[in-house]
Design a binder for this molecule. Structure first.
Ligand code: SAM
Ligand code: SF4
Ligand code: SF4
Length: 351
């Protein structure tokens, strides 16, 4: 039996599939570029991703037609939110064209991007004009020397700050967030400076617990600063109040400043896993679909696309991949039940 026949024979009961734990498919993250202009040690350490590392060739990455087609089919299965990521998405040539094409897909009501911000100053307005709804910019510290070190000696803080300013001027309809990965003994002491700088600006800071993504960042639990500790620290200076979740499965826990200067969020994937509400799938740069950030294997969609699979076959493959999903890696980590496994690297699967 060919793979096409096998897929065609699978049941097509639910229009919007739910996985083995009852979770719907709502979000698709697309790594449009496996390369990056940074070498953040927690993601793409220089020791591994040096000049001899071999990234994908252009023809190995999904093309825009392929990405658009998969996103359209995913939208038919219930995906309403797309996020472009990487690697560094702004390194992908003509990305604005992809944004415009994804914007036109029926059912997509939130089109977002995560970027390190270095190239943002020159692209912010055209991205907004093409229909990008929101932007998340990664910023780990406001200390220029530490920033440079945390980017693997590649990035200059002022370029990212220029990018943030350009994003503010572009006025993205669903706003701007900043992602800060907090590491014990590395940048935890600069967190309050970030809060001071951005509270009241309309930009939402989100502090992310350092995670054991991939196999190469030498993660250890001691390097994680639990969100609770950060919130206590921030609350002592600027009193906070917890906010209710805006929708089921919201990843960030939100707090508002009691003085009205906006809100912040924490993403506590290590200390308080949220697998039970996880509605995300990830599409790698070379077209493999993963159902967990910590996946060890995925479903090859590029092969199907390039062998001439019909929309029905592709849609059923997406549906069945989701129907069979059982992932709950972060909960297993918390239960100390997951064993060493070879995970897909983050720049490739899309953070
Ligand atoms: N290059 C873009 C950027 O840095 O924003 C997009 C891709 S990056 C993989 C997406 C997000 O993942 C970034 O906000 C980054 O800080 C976060 N990230 C990377 N490695 C991480 C880790 N080990 N733990 C937690 N977050 C991580
Ligand atoms: Fe690049 Fe983003 Fe990973 Fe840093 S976190 S190395 S900027 S992909
Ligand atoms: Fe979702 Fe996997 Fe993260 Fe759990 S560990 S929240 S299933 S991506």
């Amino acid at each position: 039996m060919t793979v096409f026949q096998a897929i065609a024979d699978l049941p097509t009961a639910q229009a919007h599939p739910r996985d083995q734990r009852g979770r719907a498919l709502h979000d698709l993250r697309i790594s449009v570029m496996d390369r990056c202009n940074f070498r953040c040690p927690y993601c793409m350490p220089e020791a591994t991703y040096g000049e001899h590392f071999s990234f994908l060739r252009n023809d190995e990455r999904l093309g825009f037609d392929e990405i658009e087609r998969l996103c359209r089919l995913a939208a038919e299965l219930g995906v309403s939110k797309l996020r472009l990521t990487g690697g560094e998405p702004l390194l992908r040539p003509h990305l604005v064209e992809l944004v415009a094409r994804l914007r036109r897909i029926d059912g997509i009501d939130d089109l977002a991007m995560t970027t390190n911000g270095v190239l943002l100053a020159r692209h912010a307005t055209e991205l907004r004009d093409a229909g990008l709804d929101r932007i998340t910019i990664s910023l780990d510290t406001l200390d220029p020397a530490l920033f440079h070190r945390m980017s693997g000696n590649r990035g200059a803080l002022h370029e990212v700050l220029d990018g943030i300013e350009a994003a503010q001027q572009a006025n993205f309809p669903h706003g701007i967030k900043l992602n800060t990965v907090v590491q014990r003994g590395v940048n935890e002491h600069t967190v309050t400076e970030l809060v001071e700088r951005f509270r009241g600006s309309g930009i939402v800071l989100r502090f992310i617990e350092y995670m054991d993504v991939g196999n190469r960042n030498h993660w250890s639990a001691e390097a994680v600063v639990p969100s609770r500790e950060l919130i206590e620290r921030i609350d002592a200076r600027w009193p906070l109040e917890a906010l209710p979740a805006q929708y089921a499965g919201e990843v960030a826990t939100r707090f508002r400043f009691r003085d009205g200067a906006g809100e912040i969020g924490v993403i506590s994937s290590v200390s308080a896993p949220f697998c039970g509400g996880c509605t995300r799938a990830r599409l790698s740069s070379e077209g493999t679909l993963y159902t967990c950030l910590f996946a060890t294997q995925g479903t090859d969609l590029r092969g199907l696309l390039r062998e001439g699979a019909s929309d029905d076959m592709l849609r059923e493959t997406l549906r069945n991949t989701w129907l069979h999903r059982t992932d709950r890696y972060s909960e297993e980590r918390a239960e100390q039940r997951q064993h060493a496994r070879r995970k897909i690297e983050m720049h490739y699967i899309g953070g």
